[in-house]
Write a protein that binds this ligand. Structure first.
Ligand code: GLU
Length: 305
């Protein structure tokens, strides 16, 4: 399958120069119910897209089947309804798209950009950077982890909030896994492929993903995809100084309190106050007042949530 052109069937994607100026997205993983930190990401990605007269898509990142938390997908979908977000296309689920990711791995294999790796995690150095032990062994791809090769170069990008961010690919990252030995597609691959196929132009997400961005830019370059604009939001922290996350079982959003939570999330982003109303009306106000320059810089929000 040739994946250099996004499918023309997607309502929001036009090929080549006709791509929309702004297509944003919210891409939660169902590894737990949505929490206040996820709400901040959803609101910021939505308001930023709408304030740019862009479209906004939702993708459920559910390739890592063992980490799916029962009921969380349902909670995410109910939350999107409760907060009255309006995606511009049907929600896509990555678990239905494994063939597409396989085809991209094949494409990279033809380019000589990937290889099978039989090294176990404990064989990595103390800094967890893979030294390329299996690079030249030409092992068959079946039933092995698949790694993509990185070059000896530095990738930089300018984040809309965090400023310039760079990684030296070999020293800082090393060849990284696209598909695990158990057959599960890695987030790095699926996110890059789907951002491209959905015609995404702008990524707004939590600062915990900042350090993944150079890997994703590298992979996008290998595949000939256009570069994206990134904005990594400061993270909401709990009272133990840890980021709210599904893994540390942050409290699920109470969907009966959608308007109040919306107001709190906008204040956390230092946006002007919006009057309590239906979530749809509050989002309208928030979009009209949206100003990225008010969002605190840095990777953590002040205070606890
Ligand atoms: N699925 C990731 C998460 O829930 C977000 C991926 C992204 O926005 O690039 O943390």
């Amino acid at each position: 399958m040739l994946l250099n052109n996004p499918p023309s069937t997607s309502p929001c994607v036009k090929e080549g120069d006709n791509r929309m100026a702004y297509v944003g997205r919210f891409a939660p993983s169902p590894t737990g119910p949505l929490h206040f930190g996820s709400l901040i990401t959803a609101i910021a990605s939505y308001c930023d897209a709408r304030a740019h007269l862009g479209s906004w898509l939702v993708r459920i990142e559910d390739t890592d089947i063992p980490r799916i938390y029962p009921g969380s997908e349902d909670h995410i979908l109910r939350a999107l309804d409760a907060f009255q977000f309006e995606p511009d296309a049907d929600i896509i689920f990555q678990k239905d798209r494994i063939d597409i990711y396989e085809a991209v791995i094949e494409q990279l294999h033809q380019q000589g950009a990937v290889y099978a790796c039989q090294c176990r995690r404990k064989m990595l150095g103390s800094n967890h950077i893979y030294m390329g032990t299996c690079r030249d062994l030409a092992l068959p791809l079946e039933n092995q982890a698949i790694r993509v090769k990185v070059d000896n170069q530095t990738i930089c990008f300018t984040d809309r909030l965090q400023g310039r961010h760079c990684s030296q690919l070999q020293q800082d990252l090393g060849d990284f896994v696209l598909k695990r030995r158990d057959g599960i597609m890695n987030y790095q691959l699926a996110v890059v492929v789907d951002d491209y196929l959905q015609g995404i132009t702008h990524v707004v997400r939590g600062a915990d993903l900042l350090d993944n961005t150079e890997r994703q830019i590298w992979l996008g370059k290998l595949l000939g995809y256009p570069e994206l604009q990134y904005m990594h939001l400061p993270l909401a922290m709990n009272d133990q100084g840890r980021k709210l996350s599904k893994q540390n079982r942050a409290q699920a959003l109470d969907l009966t309190q959608a308007s109040q939570l919306l107001q709190q999330a906008l204040l956390a982003l230092h946006q002007p106050r919006v009057e309590l109303d239906t979530p749809a009306n509050m989002l309208k106000q928030a979009i009209a007042q949206w100003d990225v320059t008010f969002i605190p810089h840095g990777t953590e929000l002040q205070g606890t949530y």
